[in-house]
Design a protein around this ligand. Structure first.
Ligand SMILES: [Ca+2]
Length: 335
């Protein structure tokens, strides 16, 4: 009798063991399926990334070819009627499409120019480039206290030293005491989005300033191609003249809207316009900021596939001998 009931208990234990094993197998199998799906998705994503990358690089080659062709056709001028300036070009590719555009980086305010060394005889005064940046901010109706604040903090961000240049500037001490502390790079900006990390900047201000500014890698020059400044952005021309000559916004707008479609033939034609000539005598040094050519471009390529977009931004530089080369690349989200 006792043996019989032990046998029945053992049968019960065996059943539970079998159920446990089945449950374990189900758990392992479902976990394996999940992992397999993850691996499959990862492989698909890697393939898409590779496809996007190579398509983007192909687009970059096309941008170089177009810019080289324009340079060959006319090495003395860069203007908005040239091939590089065409908008909305779309190239259908296998399984996706490639689109892209090129911007002349001499048609915007190069923030890295704010790193210019101050005049040693006026160490505590704003530099001429700061004055030009301030003229830009005022022209786009940024409030006066923010104009001076940002001019100081952006300069401190890019200048080499870690010395606050004015009472409203910001170097390491300001950022190191924040809730999430960080330090200033004290060197050229790599991307305009760095502005968002600078003391005094807000997302709303960034959106207001962003269309007018750019960064040229390791380049501290502030020069403007008067043939490519957007007719809707006369504030850039006002900025170029800074507080040295005080070009009015309406005169800047008038110069740009009366510009020929293929731009000014040379700098002198620009200086001879009534709006500019009435400003008075411009020194040869001052005139150096204005050009009708460009040595820096930004090409943005977008490869789209199944609602996914891969973006490549390449910055290009043309040297004195006319050779164009890629100086920086950024993948993914852009400025
Ligand atoms: Ca600094």
């Amino acid at each position: 009798m006792a043996e019989n009931s032990r046998f029945k208990r053992q049968q019960g234990v065996a059943l539970i063991t079998v159920l446990l094993v089945v449950a374990l197998v189900v758990i392992i199998a479902s976990s394996m399926t999940g992992r397999l799906q993850l691996i499959a998705n990862r492989t698909i994503n890697q393939q898409l990334y590779q496809q996007g990358l190579w398509s983007g690089l192909a687009g970059e080659q096309l941008a170089l070819k177009v810019l080289n062709q324009d340079f060959k056709d006319d090495p003395n001028k860069v203007h908005l009627q040239q091939l590089w300036s065409q908008q909305g070009m779309i190239f259908p590719l296998e399984n996706g499409q490639l689109s892209g555009q090129i911007q002349d980086l001499r048609s915007c305010f190069n923030l890295n120019a704010l790193a210019a060394e101050p005049d040693p005889t006026k160490p505590f005064s704003p530099t001429p480039v700061q004055r030009q940046f301030e003229a830009l901010l005022r022209s786009i109706e940024i409030e006066e206290y923010l104009v001076e604040k940002l001019s100081s903090t952006v300069r401190d961000w890019v200048d080499k030293n870690d010395k606050v240049e004015s009472s409203i500037g910001a170097e390491d001490d300001s950022y190191a005491s924040m809730q999430v502390p960080y330090l200033t790079p004290n060197s050229s900006m790599a991307t305009v989005t760095e502005l968002l990390a600078i003391d005094g900047m807000t997302p709303a201000l960034y959106r207001q300033i962003r269309p007018y500014v750019c960064v040229i890698p390791n380049d501290n020059d502030l020069t403007f191609n008067v043939n490519t400044i957007d007719v809707e952005q006369p504030a850039l021309l006002v900025a170029a003249f800074g507080d040295a000559f005080k070009l009015s916004l309406s005169d800047a707008s008038s110069v740009l809207s009366s510009r020929k479609e293929d731009g000014f033939s040379d700098k002198d034609e620009f200086f001879a316009t009534s709006e500019i000539s009435k400003l008075g005598k411009l020194s040869a040094d001052f005139k150096k900021q204005f050009k009708v050519t460009s040595d820096s471009f930004r090409a943005v390529m977008e490869f789209t596939i199944d609602k996914r977009t891969f973006t490549l931004e390449s910055k290009l530089h043309r040297d004195d001998k006319g050779k164009l080369m890629v100086v920086s690349r950024q993948f993914g989200d852009i400025e």
